[in-house]
Design a protein around this ligand. Structure first.
Ligand code: FPP
Length: 265
């Protein structure tokens, strides 16, 4: 990618290996507008720099052993932004597909879309669908692009499809709902990162994120680099995920079982 020439030419700084890499990381790429305003630039410049930044984060995800990266590129609520900004975000996605598709494919990235293509300009919707089809056999990293995505909308659509499928109320459980979400064949995100010092999910993966670890940083998205990403994953590695259990239970589960506990003594 041309815009990342400087980054790619530099020998990447050696970072400590991660003890425990999360399999699925989701990112709310926030702060593009404030990044631009601080520099006296239009908000659109923030989105452009945010897009450039994405490339190094995708690369770093592969390097750090992340298997699935879900990025929040455009929410169902983002339609209420000024028309010019909405148009620009659409153009950016198209440009990313045009310019980056081959390189992402060569690097083994499988592109997926979550959200609705209905309502998106036909040409862009077609390109998005083609990019997904072109890369579907890749398995180094799944890049889930949440575009025209809303978590509540996703759940409503899931419920509608469950009803349409004629599934009886008594047969509906949590697994049924999960099976009808865009992410039906993927594990829930282990870690959700939000940049720019905000502490909200903003309708992002609200079902799937029920037990995700959440990491926030003051850094605006265009400045959230490989090092900042590594810091987030390191912080994740230090968390104890309890899934409703007590810390003592989790410690006991993780303790190597000894001779007596194995019932051999
Ligand atoms: C939030 O910053 C960012 C967005 C709404 C758009 C995120 C999109 C990109 C980084 C690039 C697009 C990537 C693809 C794959 C098309 P904000 O504008 O809300 O920032 P602010 O809160 O500082 O105003």
């Amino acid at each position: 990618m041309t815009v990342l020439t400087r980054e790619s030419q530099r020998e990447p700084q050696r970072l400590l290996p991660l003890e425990k890499a999360p399999a699925h990381v989701a990112i709310i790429m926030d702060g593009n507008g404030r990044w631009a305003r601080r520099r006296g630039l239009p908000r659109t410049a923030g989105h452009r720099h945010g897009t450039e930044n994405l490339r190094q984060i995708i690369r770093a995800a592969v390097e750090f052993g992340v298997r699935i990266l879900t990025i929040y590129a455009f929410s169902t609520e983002n339609w209420s932004r000024p028309r010019r900004e909405v148009m620009l975000l659409m153009r950016i996605l198209e440009m990313v597909i045009d310019r980056e598709l081959q390189e992402l494919h060569d690097e083994g990235v499988q592109i997926r879309h979550i959200g609705e293509l209905d309502g998106i300009e036909k040409r862009l919707a077609r390109k998005m669908a083609e990019a997904c089809a072109y890369t579907r056999d890749n398995n180094r990293l799944i890049l889930n692009v949440a575009f025209n995505y809303g978590g509540r909308d996703e759940i409503v659509r899931a419920v509608q499809r469950i009803v349409e499928a004629g599934i009886a109320a008594r047969d509906i459980n949590e697994a049924t709902i999960s099976d009808y979400l865009y992410t039906s064949d993927l594990p829930d995100p282990d870690l959700i990162i939000r940049t720019s010092g905000e502490f909200r999910l903003s309708n992002f993966l609200i079902w799937q994120g029920a037990y995700s670890e959440i990491y926030t940083t003051e850094t605006y998205w265009p400045d959230f680099d490989r090092l900042a990403f590594h810091r987030a994953l390191t912080a994740y590695g230090k968390r104890q995920r309890r899934f409703g259990k007590t810390g003592e239970q989790i410690e006991a589960e993780n303790r190597p079982r000894d001779f007596h506990e194995n019932g051999q003594g």
